[in-house]
Design a protein around this ligand. Structure first.
Ligand code: BG6
Length: 538
C-alpha cells in the first residue's frame, strides 16, 4: 500500500508502454501485435503537486520537465496534477510555460509535441518566485500549495524535486522543514523529496547531508536519484539474472574470470566546465553510475522486489568491496585527462582548453579502477571499472568474461583462444551478446568464436521510456526501489574516499595523458595486461 490519500487516479491500471509511444506513434490497442505481448501495466499516481526547485536550470529543462510531459501525454499522471516551478528570478506563469515549451521542442523524446496534450499540461504549470534561503518564501509556497489543493483537488500530496546545484540542497530541505512542508499525516497526504546527484562530494559531506535531510524527512520520504537505475537495460539486469534459471548457477567465481564495466562517452564536458572542475570522472561517474552497475551484477538474489530487500542486497555488495589503503591506490586506479584530438572527423580541444576550465587543471576526465569483492561468490574475481569523456564512442556495457575450458580439445582459428563472454550492452545498441565457440564448417575440427546476439530494438517494437520518466513515476507512486538509500550512498563514498585522499596527497599527475578520441591513458591498459587480460574492444 502506498501512503497518502487515494485519488481518482489511484489504482487505475494503464499500459505503460503504449503510453510511452506518445500519441503519434501509439500502436492500436487491438493487442494484435505479438511483439507487444506481456508488456508492463502500471498504476497512475494519486493526485499531486510537483514542486520543482531549479526550474530555470538545465536539468529541469533537459530532463525533468520533458519526462513529466511524456508521463502526462501518456496518461500516466493523474488528472488532478500541478507543477509549481520554484525560481529566483522574475517570471510569470505564461513566460515559464513558453520557456518550457521551447525546451520541449529541443529535448522531448517524442516529436512533434502534441498540441492538445501540451495545452492540458501547460494549464497545470505555474511559476513561484522565491529564494532558497528565505523562510518567508517557504511560508508563501505553503499557502500557494494549499490554494492549489483547494482549487485543483491535489489532496495535499507533494513531491519536492531538487534539481538545483548540490550546494543548495541543505538550505532547501531546511526551508521546507521550517515551513512544515515535510509533515506527513494520514490527513495531509504524502510528502516526498527527490534529490539529484551529486549527493555529497566525499563520505564526510554525504554523511552530513544525510543528517541534514534526516532532520526534516524520514528516510522513506527521500528519493536520491541515480538516473542509471531508471534505464531500461539497467533494470533488465535483475530480470536477466533472476528471471532466468540458467545464468545464476554460473554467476560465480568458479566460472567467471573477471568482469569489466565501461561507461564511455565521446562528448567532452560541454558547457559544464565549472561543474566538472569540482567533480571529475571519479565523483561524476564511478562513485554512482559505475558502482550501481557493479552492485546489480554482483548482488545476491533479494528475497522480494521490495525496495528495502533490494537495497539491502546492494548495500551488502558495496560493503564487501575491498577498501584500498591510500598506498594501494597507485596500483589499482588510473586517472587520465584528455588533450586535444579528433572525434571522428572533428578536431576537438583538450580539457584544459574547454570553457570555464583552469588551463592547468588536474581534474580527471577518465578513471579506471580494479576492485575486488570479498564474499563467497566473488573472492578472487577482479572487477575492472572505467569511465571517460572524449573516448572514441559512446558505449556503456558490462562484459562478463568466463574462464577457459579446462582442456582445449580443438584447434582454434584466429589470433588467440577466446573463452565465453557475456556482454550486457546498456547503451546505445541495447542488447545482450553471448560469445561461444563453434565449429568452422569443413572437414577439420577448427573452432572459432561466434556470437548469439539479442537486440532490444528488433525484439520489442516499443520505444523505451527515458530513465527520468521511470524514476519520476516511481517516486510519485512511492516506490523507492530504484533510488539510493542513505547507507548505500555512504557505502559508495567509503570506497571512493581513499582514492581521492591518495590523489590529494600524491605528486602532481602528468596530465593530459590521452588524446581526445582514444581509449584513455596507456596505464589503463596496463591495469589488465599485467594480469594477462585486456579491455574488450568496443
Ligand atoms: C551524468 C554525468 O550523471 O551522467 C554526466 O554528470 C554524464 O557527466 C551523464 O554525461 C551520462 O549519462 P547518460 O545517460 O548519457 O549515459
Amino acid at each position: 500500500m502506498k501512503s497518502g490519500k487515494a485519488g481518482e487516479g489511484g489504482g487505475a491500471i494503464r499500459d505503460l508502454r503504449i503510453a510511452h509511444k506518445g500519441k503519434k506513434a501509439t500502436p492500436k490497442r487491438s493487442g494484435k501485435n505479438p511483439l507487444r505481448s506481456g508488456l508492463r501495466i502500471e498504476r497512475v499516481p494519486d493526485p499531486n503537486i510537483v514542486v520543482l526547485f531549479g526550474a530555470t536550470g538545465d536539468l529541469a529543462h533537459r530532463k525533468v520537465v520533458p519526462a513529466l510531459y511524456h508521463l502526462w501525454a501518456g496518461d500516466l499522471l493523474p488528472e488532478r496534477f500541478a507543477l509549481v516551478c520554484f525560481g529566483r528570478r522574475e517570471a510569470s506563469d505564461e513566460s515559464m510555460r513558453s520557456e518550457l515549451r521551447a525546451s520541449l521542442e529541443k529535448h522531448a523524446r517524442v516529436q512533434p509535441i502534441d498540441e492538445a496534450r501540451w495545452k492540458e499540461f501547460a494549464s497545470r504549470i505555474s511559476y513561484f518566485k522565491g529564494a532558497f534561503d528565505d523562510p518567508a518564501s517557504y511560508a508563501a509556497l505553503s499557502r500557494q500549495l494549499d490554494a492549489i489543493d483547494a482549487s485543483s483537488g491535489t489532496n495535499g500530496n507533494r513531491l519536492f524535486y531538487l534539481a538545483t546545484p548540490a550546494s543548495s540542497f541543505p538550505e532547501i530541505v531546511r526551508g521546507l522543514g521550517a515551513a512544515g512542508l515535510d509533515h506527513e499525516t494520514s490527513e495531509s497526504g504524502w510528502r516526498r523529496v527527490v534529490i539529484e546527484k551529486p549527493f555529497g562530494r566525499d563520505l564526510e559531506s554525504a554523511v552530513k547531508l544525510n543528517r541534514e535531510v534526516g532532520k526534516v524527512f524520514r528516510e522513506s520520504q527521500v528519493y536520491r536519484i541515480d538516473h542509471y537505475l531508471g534505464k531500461e537495460t539497467v533494470r533488465n539486469i535483475l530480470i536477466f539474472r533472476f528471471g532466468n534459471l540458467i545464468f545464476e548457477p554460473i554467476w560465480h567465481r568458479r566460472y567467471i574470470d573477471h568482469i569489466q564495466i565501461t561507461v564511455a562517452e565521446s562528448i567532452g564536458v560541454e558547457s559544464r566546465g565549472a561543474f566538472y572542475e569540482e567533480t571529475g570522472a571519479l565523483r561524476d561517474i564511478l562513485q554512482n553510475h559505475l558502482l550501481q552497475l557493479l552492485t546489480l551484477v554482483a548482488m545476491e538474489p533479494p528475497a522480494t522486489l521490495d525496495a528495502e530487500a533490494l537495497r539491502d542486497e546492494k548495500v551488502k555488495v558495496l560493503r564487501a568491496v575491498r577498501l584500498m589503503s591510500p598506498e594501494q591506490v597507485d596500483g589499482h586506479v588510473v586517472r587520465g585527462q584528455y588533450g586535444p584530438g579528433w572525434i571522428g572527423a572533428t578536431e576537438v580541444a583538450g580539457y584544459r582548453g574547454e570553457p570555464a576550465v583552469d588551463p592547468a587543471s588536474e581534474t580527471e576526465t577518465f578513471v579506471a579502477a580494479r576492485f575486488e569483492i570479498d564474499d563467497w561468490r566473488w573472492a578472487g574475481v577482479p572487477f575492472y571499472l572505467r569511465a571517460g569523456k572524449r573516448l572514441p564512442k559512446r558505449a556503456t556495457e558490462i562484459a562478463i568474461q568466463f574462464k577457459d575450458v579446462p582442456q582445449r580439445l580443438f584447434s582454434q582459428t584466429g589470433d588467440a583462444p577466446e573463452s565465453n563472454m557475456l556482454v550486457i550492452r546498456i547503451q546505445p545498441d541495447e542488447g545482450i551478446l553471448l560469445r561461444f565457440a563453434a565449429k568452422v564448417p569443413g572437414l577439420g575440427t577448427d573452432v572459432r568464436p561466434v556470437n548469439m546476439d539479442f537486440a532490444y530494438g528488433s525484439a520489442f517494437s516499443v520505444e523505451s521510456p527515458d530513465a527520468y520518466e521511470t524514476l519520476i513515476l516511481d517516486a510519485l507512486l512511492g516506490d523507492a526501489s530504484l533510488f539510493t538509500r542513505a547507507d548505500e550512498v555512504e557505502a559508495a563514498w567509503r570506497i571512493v574516499d581513499p582514492i581521492m585522499e591518495s590523489w590529494l596527497a600524491g605528486p602532481e599527475p602528468h596530465l593530459p595523458n590521452y588524446a581526445a578520441g582514444t581509449w584513455g591513458p596507456e596505464e589503463a591498459d596496463a591495469l589488465l595486461t599485467r594480469e594477462g587480460r585486456r579491455w574488450r574492444r568496443l
